[in-house]
Write a protein that binds this ligand. Structure first.
Ligand SMILES: Cc1ncc(COP(=O)(O)O)c(C=O)c1O
Length: 273
């Protein structure tokens, strides 16, 4: 169920691999992708590889060739066997001096397979007191600098929730720590536009291709009156929200059900949509 690949070869899970001066470790200088695995195949791998390239370009890290990453994914999944449900690719800037400046070296590349994420059919969320900076140098990039998400998620869990939602600096809804967010008001599904500072989620992107969704700025206040809310991510798919900031919601409500049905139909059609 677990298998690891490091810089070109499979290694035993638990094997120490990267050097202690890796810039990913010392400064969070890296990018990653997480995919779910369906029947031994990574879901939407082509889109994830495209986004990894965008993130690496944004940070200025050389992206490994797609062929190398595809081979690594195949090797890891073959070694992991049937229980694998999740795949993670990480690319860091590699060994570097101890400050923020990079070394002049090849990146460190890892691919790890592990068990699937396990979610209840519906979930509770809360808006956290911190904001996403939609003007950040790394806005929209999927970097390994996730400590902000770690703190916000711990805050949410202390409140019985599985996700914390962020506003951006303009007071608009942005995203969750590891999810995009959709809101239903007056029978219309809406989600924040990418310039709100959210990640261009692959699940979000695919859903927008098959469901009628308004991409528009959503004032945070709208959450207090929204009829339905759902989250999307590679491990949650379309995840109905039954409680937001302590307020009960219909979950899945009619529009969320529509999104769920469209998502399942899309998944049935292709593993690399
Ligand atoms: C900050 C953030 N937003 C949104 C998402 C959802 O993206 P995806 O659907 O590609 O998993 C993720 C997932 O990793 C994330 O980390």
């Amino acid at each position: 169920m677990n298998a690891w690949w490091l810089n070109g070869r499979l290694v035993d899970p638990g094997t120490p691999g990267i050097t202690l001066d890796d810039h990913g470790l010392t400064t969070g200088d890296g990018c990653f992708e997480t995919m779910k695995v369906v029947g031994g195949t990574p879901f939407a791998l082509s889109r994830h590889l495209r986004r990894l390239r965008r993130s690496c370009d944004g940070l200025g890290i050389a992206t490994p060739a797609d062929a190398v990453l595809r081979e690594a994914c195949d090797a890891v999944l073959a070694a992991a066997g049937e229980g694998a449900g999740r795949l993670r690719i990480t690319v860091t800037a590699g060994p570097a001096p101890l400050g923020s400046g990079r070394g002049d070296v090849a990146p460190t590349v890892t691919v790890l397979a592990g068990p699937p994420a396990d979610w209840e059919p519906t979930t509770a969320v809360a808006v956290c007191p911190w904001v996403r900076n939609e003007r950040s140098a790394v806005a929209g990039l999927k970097t390994t600098s996730y400590a902000e998400n770690v703190v916000a998620l711990a805050w949410a869990r202390e409140r019985g929730c599985t996700e914390a939602l962020f506003a951006n600096t303009r007071g608009e809804l942005c995203e969750g720590t590891g999810t995009n967010v959709f809101v239903v008001t007056g029978g219309r599904i809406a989600t924040p536009p990418l310039d709100a500072g959210c990640l261009a989620g692959i699940t979000r992107e695919l859903l927008l291709e098959v469901v009628d969704v308004d991409e528009r700025p959503i004032a945070l206040d709208e959450l207090a009156t929204a009829d339905e809310v759902f989250l999307t991510s590679s491990t949650r798919d379309v995840h109905p929200v039954h409680e937001i900031d302590g307020r009960a919601l219909d979950a899945p409500g009619p529009c969320t059900r529509l999104a769920l049905d469209a998502w399942r139909a899309l998944e049935d059609r292709s593993l690399d949509p």
